[in-house]
Design a protein around this ligand. Structure first.
Ligand code: B12
Ligand code: SF4
Length: 499
């Protein structure tokens, strides 16, 4: 039996969410090994807490979950320190960053093993290997280094989520009271973060999910989801749900079954979907969804341009016309569509890239016209392209390169890149980035997001009125007044910390 420390580095300044990645890993070793959980979102100085456990409990394995952005920053800082203070410790990283960037992670020399994709089988086996009863080459879903060579073991498919152990919420509660994780959002005062499926059946060429799950998707049964949620609701008082699945709505049947179960609980919920998938849902399913508490759905609209949608491998069936029509259709069911757009993709030449941005700005305004409740989230394109796709080739040809060293990822420039705020893409000129940012400011001024629960009705009214002339005259340049108001009122853009 080993002593294992599981660490969730800080990922958000506000609203700590249930650390599902760590919980799922903990479930797999519950009863087999001793484990301790440290959540950077709830610690002032996580390393102090980690050091405390190391000094008290003789920790031999440090497991860390890592997504790009600020979480990576803390993961590097803490892992490096552990290697320096406790060199015998095995350091294991899991999550989307190391799975997508294994070489740069292992060449750092302070990460020993990467869990590539799901860790439910790999992590317990890895602990067996650390205890000497198994060889690394016999463990699926891991990447490691021998003699400076990076070895990528074979990958299992997605496991049956109905067969995996349930999450040890009670154990987490002994480290951090679960109430801390049930945040006040626009959905409810105690929002549960829940993850009900893995992967996605689509293969968009810009998406970090694709290289890991290769177009596969598997979901937990509606009954299983309901049982888990009821445990949190009844024991800890959750009253709303944020589904963290990449694509919660893949199966209409599962959604309908879930709606029939949750309907009477009066819980408001939110999830992520594809427009072309949900557009195929029957009217009665959409009506039932609303009745069952589905208030808002996040959709990757991406762009109104059909050629760019094709370039993104958006699955072939999503079109600009459909995006527009669907915004109108879903309004009838009183479900708020949250449309995310990716502006600034590579084009044939500078003029083409610029024209595309102008067209998307106009398209977003058209959407607001047919359904003003649509929440719009704008990202500047940061490539995480799938190797082998046409988009990947185009990006390589443009001279773009990912960082060669792990620490480079946390330089301010690359951190902004990760947050999809300011990419270092050679085709995007500074004036184009300004154009996107200025439009975003004016748009958020005239249509403040419903997801910022701190912004009062009166503040919303004022900023809307103030921004109206700019919005309608199309004068987006230097919106300093709106920016100032947003700064003073600490306007929280939904895309900075997700959701
Ligand atoms: C919740 C979430 C957040 C939360 C943070 C939650 C937290 N940890 O406290 C918030 C909203 C703050 C957030 C922010 C961001 N996120 Co985020 N986030 C997610 C989301 C929706 C769910 C993650 C989750 O809980 N999954 C459930 C668990 C059970 O699955 P899992 O993490 O895959 O875990 C399994 C394996 O990966 C592995 N594993 C994972 N960790 C570990 C650790 C150990 C020790 C081991 C052994 C194994 C292991 O085993 C687990 C069980 O099989 C994912 C998408 C998704 N559906 O996964 C995106 C996702 C991870 N985020 C992503 C991004 C890009 C971001 C941002 C950088 C950008 C943005 N604007 O959204 C920001 C900034 C991050 C930061 N501030 O550090 C991308 C990463 C893509 C990529 N190329 O790597 C994803 C995939 C979304 C997407 N589709 O683009 N995010
Ligand atoms: S539909 Fe969404 S989650 Fe699925 S591959 Fe495309 S961008 Fe990724």
């Amino acid at each position: 039996m080993l002593n294992v420390l599981l660490f969730n580095p800080r990922s958000a300044r506000n609203k700590p969410r249930l650390p599902n990645s760590i919980l799922q890993i903990a479930a797999g070793i519950e009863g087999k090994h001793n484990y301790f959980i440290v959540d950077g979102n709830l610690e002032k100085d996580p390393f102090e807490k980690i050091k405390y456990y190391f000094d008290q409990d003789n920790i031999s394995v440090f497991g860390c979950s890592v997504m790009p952005g600020p979480q990576l920053r803390e993961a590097i800082y803490v892992s490096k320190k552990i290697k320096a203070f406790y060199p015998e410790t095995k350091i294991v990283w899991g999550g989307y960053f190391p799975s997508n960037q294994p070489e740069v992670t292992l060449h750092s020399d302070f990460v020993d093993v990467i869990i590539n994709g799901m860790g439910d089988v790999a992590f317990p086996k890895l602990l067996d290997a650390f205890e000497g009863s198994l060889q690394l080459e016999n463990i699926p879903n891991i990447i490691y280094k021998t003699n400076k060579q990076v070895i990528k073991n074979s990958k299992d498919g997605i496991y049956d989520l109905n067969q995996l152990p349930t999450f040890p919420y009670e154990t987490l509660n002994t480290f951090y009271p679960i109430e801390n994780y049930l945040g006040n959002t626009c959905l409810g005062s105690k929002t549960i973060a829940y993850h009900s499926s893995f992967g996605c059946p689509f293969t968009c060429s810009f998406c970090g999910i694709v290289p890991i799950y290769n177009g596969r998707w598997k979901g937990r049964s509606a009954q299983g989801i309901y049982n888990d949620l009821m445990e949190i609701k009844n024991k800890y008082g959750g009253n709303a749900i944020e589904f963290h699945d990449n694509n919660f709505f893949v199966s209409e049947k599962r959604v309908v079954e879930f709606c029939n179960l949750i309907k009477s609980e009066k819980m408001v919920w939110w999830g992520e979907a594809r427009i072309d998938t949900v557009d195929k849902f029957k009217d009665e399913s959409l009506r039932l969804m609303r009745e069952a508490g589905c208030k808002m759905i996040f959709f990757g609209a991406e762009t109104g341009n059909d050629n760019v949608l094709k370039q993104m491998d958006k699955g072939g069936t999503q079109t600009g016309e459909q995006i527009l029509k669907f915004a109108e259709r879903i309004a009838k069911f009183d479900i708020i569509p949250e449309y995310s757009f990716v502006l600034g993709l590579p084009g044939e030449n500078e003029a083409a890239v610029n024209k595309q941005i102008d067209e998307d700005v106009e398209f977003i305004k058209k959407i607001k016209k047919v359904n003003s409740a649509t929440e719009v989230i704008i990202y500047v394109y940061s490539p995480v392209p799938t190797k082998g796709s046409a988009l990947y080739e185009q990006i390589e040809q443009s001279g773009f390169q990912f960082p060669a060293k792990l620490e480079d990822w946390i330089s301010p420039l690359w951190e902004n890149f990760d947050l999809r705020k300011n990419p270092l893409t050679p085709w995007l000129k500074p004036y184009m980035i300004d154009k996107i940012k200025n439009f975003e400011t004016v748009l958020n001024g005239y249509y403040p997001t419903v997801s910022d629960v701190r912004l009062t009705v009166n503040k919303k009214r004022f900023i809307k009125l103030y921004s109206a002339p700019r919005y309608f005259l199309g004068f987006h340049k230097l919106p300093l007044g709106i920016k100032l108001l947003q700064k003073v009122w600490k306007y929280r853009q939904p895309e900075t910390e997700g959701f």
